[in-house]
Write a protein that binds this ligand. Structure first.
Ligand SMILES: [Zn+2]
Length: 246
């Protein structure tokens, strides 16, 4: 390849071809890893094309992956545009998956993104088998649980009841709430799955997105939260301590 191409992927190669503190005990640095990423055979599914999904799709494309799939059931709304940066005003009303795929294909040469406009359950189990990894940026706990169930049910076992490694699809689950975020990796039957740790997620979603409170409060609860989170600290900077001592 030309020197220009080498330079483009310099940073990714550095991660893949050297050992490092973030690599983990099973990671073996290898120059071949980069050509694996650039191969059509490494097919990755991104679930969700919202705030997190847009970022992840961009990151994967810029990391050199060339065969991405994207699934999302939503269409673009005006209120998405401040953070879902792959969308423009002219895209309002169109499916997020389709528009995001078009944008990334246009911007990152050599990267192919196949969009799927619809729900997770619209796809047969067979559909999910083709991916080497599933990366998820969803805001719904229910949809996460469904995805978790999908990857767990795809696992096959050998005669001694050990999971067959090639049937285990790693699920990388990301989520945000306000300024907080989390990311975890689930490898079915090797690490706890989402159901094992369901207590970590609140069953009823508590709190509201800060952008909703600031820009489009539309419920009495939003106004109360706005007063509690933003106005109270301004009016009563030491309010809680005063209340305790009184
Ligand atoms: Zn589990």
């Amino acid at each position: 390849s030309s020197p220009g191409t080498d330079n483009r992927w310099r940073h990714v190669r550095r991660l893949l071809e050297r050992a490092g503190p973030l690599g983990g005990p099973e990671f073996e640095p290898d120059p071949e890893l980069f050509s694996a990423i650039r191969s059509d055979l490494v097919q990755i599914l991104v679930v969700g094309a919202g705030g997190l999904g847009c970022e992840m799709l961009k990151d994967l494309a810029l990391s050199g992956f060339v065969n991405l799939h994207l699934i999302d059931m939503d269409t673009i709304d005006l209120s998405n545009l401040n953070r879902q940066f792959l969308f423009r005003p002219k895209d309002i009303g169109r499916p997020k998956a389709v528009v995001a795929a078009e944008f990334v294909e246009r911007r990152v040469s050599g990267c192919r993104v196949t969009p799927h406009f619809g729900k997770l359950e619209d796809k047969p189990l067979e559909f999910y088998k083709q991916f080497m990894c599933i990366v998820c940026g969803l805001d719904s706990v229910q949809a996460r649980r469904r995805l978790n169930q999908i990857v767990c049910s795809l696992v096959q076992f050998d005669e001694s009841d050990q999971p067959i490694p090639t049937s285990v699809i790693p699920l990388i689950d990301g989520g945000t709430q306000g300024f907080q975020g989390h990311c975890r990796v689930v490898r079915a039957h090797a690490t706890p799955c989402l159901e094992c740790t369901a207590d970590l997620y609140s069953s009823t979603q508590q709190g509201f997105p800060l952008c909703t409170l600031a820009h489009t409060p539309r419920l009495p609860e939003h106004c109360i939260e706005f007063a509690r989170i933003m106005q109270w600290p301004q009016e009563w900077p030491f309010g809680e301590e005063v209340m305790k001592t009184e």
